[in-house]
Design a protein around this ligand. Structure first.
Ligand code: NAD
Length: 286
């Protein structure tokens, strides 16, 4: 039987509706509209699309949105000075710097400069530490979005074999930690993993966050597995597709997320949730 498709479009719409209602109550009580500042340096076309989508989501939520588009030639010192300004701006509750940054700017220096209470991407080491411990205010959008997708189908993670392919700081590592917090038995795979198909075939829940078009094929997936595709890749024809070979894997899996329309929309929804949380931290209501 073909897999049930978990629609990130639908789940993100209901998550956003929930956030919007909560934000309206917050604003009515405090007079504060949550505000998100997004900084983009350079002209990467994919980044420009992401920034536009974030701006639109803020508008839909009734949030204030501040866009800072800086030229490719911006120096690290200039960027850090803008972040310092936003850190002390009371109308800005969340700050997001769109990655990747031009090579002459040190990404870690930039991440470390953001006030952890405004770090809506949850990349600051202080927030990463909180996530490790399991006592956090912000979760990074993509892994948090995956958890929402699993929750939307009431999938119990306890005791399940969870295999995450990818160990990046923004997806693979925090993803593994969140599955572990929900009592999964987690294996993290990466480019140097040996016998990958053997490991992935043992997965009850398989999360692909690699960045390689159609990398996960049906022979790598156990019958009835839950398959979550984080990848965003372009085909030769310019279409957006994931890391999972959807057509073949969906014949074998019990649940699968599509690309587009799966994890992607969830990432933005969770960013909106983090912006509301940041505004609540500012207002000292949490
Ligand atoms: P990354 O390049 O930082 O990490 C990729 C990971 O894949 C690495 O840890 C690497 O070890 C692993 N990998 C590479 N080749 C492999 C192989 N042959 N076998 C096993 N593992 C291998 O990428 P990232 O930032 O973690 O993103 C991963 C993918 O998810 C990308 O396609 C990216 O565009 C996408 N992404 C999507 C969203 C979203 O909102 N849906 C958000 C962030 C990233």
């Amino acid at each position: 039987m073909p897999a049930k498709i978990i629609s990130g479009k639908d789940v993100s719409a209901s998550v956003k509706a929930r956030i919007k209602t909560e934000a309206e109550v917050f604003t009515a009580k405090t007079g504060i509209a949550p505000g998100l500042a997004v900084i983009i340096v350079g002209e990467d076309p994919a980044s420009q699309i992401y920034v536009r989508n974030k701006h639109k989501a803020c508008k839909d939520m009734g949030f204030a949105s501040f866009e800072h588009t800086l030229p490719e030639s911006t120096t690290e010192a200039e960027l850090l000075s803008l972040i310092a300004k936003l850190n002390s701006d009371d109308s800005v509750h969340g700050i997001l710097v769109q990655m990747p940054l031009p090579k002459h700017i040190n990404e870690n220096a930039v991440i470390n400069a953001i006030n952890p209470d405004k770090d809506v991407d949850a990349f600051h080491p202080e927030n990463v530490g909180h996530i490790m411990i399991g006592d956090y205010k912000f979760l990074p959008g993509t892994p948090a979005g995956v958890m929402e997708l699993l929750a939307s189908e009431n999938i119990d993670i306890t005791g399940k074999n969870c295999v995450v392919i990818g160990r990046s700081n923004i997806v693979g590592k925090p993803m593994s930690m969140l599955l572990l917090h929900k009592h999964g038995t987690v294996t993290i795979c990466h480019s140097r993993t040996k016998n990958l198909p053997e490991i992935t075939r043992g997965a009850d829940i398989l999360v692909a966050a690699i960045g390689k078009l159609g990398f996960v094929t049906a022979d790598m997936v156990k019958e009835g597995a839950i398959v979550i595709d984080v990848g965003i890749n372009r085909t030769a024809e310019g279409k957006v597709r994931g890391d999972v070979d959807f057509d073949s894997v969906s014949e074998k899996a019990s649940y699968i997320t599509p690309v587009p329309g799966g994890v992607g929309p969830m990432t933005i929804a969770m960013l909106m949730l983090n912006t509301l949380t940041a505004a609540k931290i500012f207002a000292k209501t949490i």
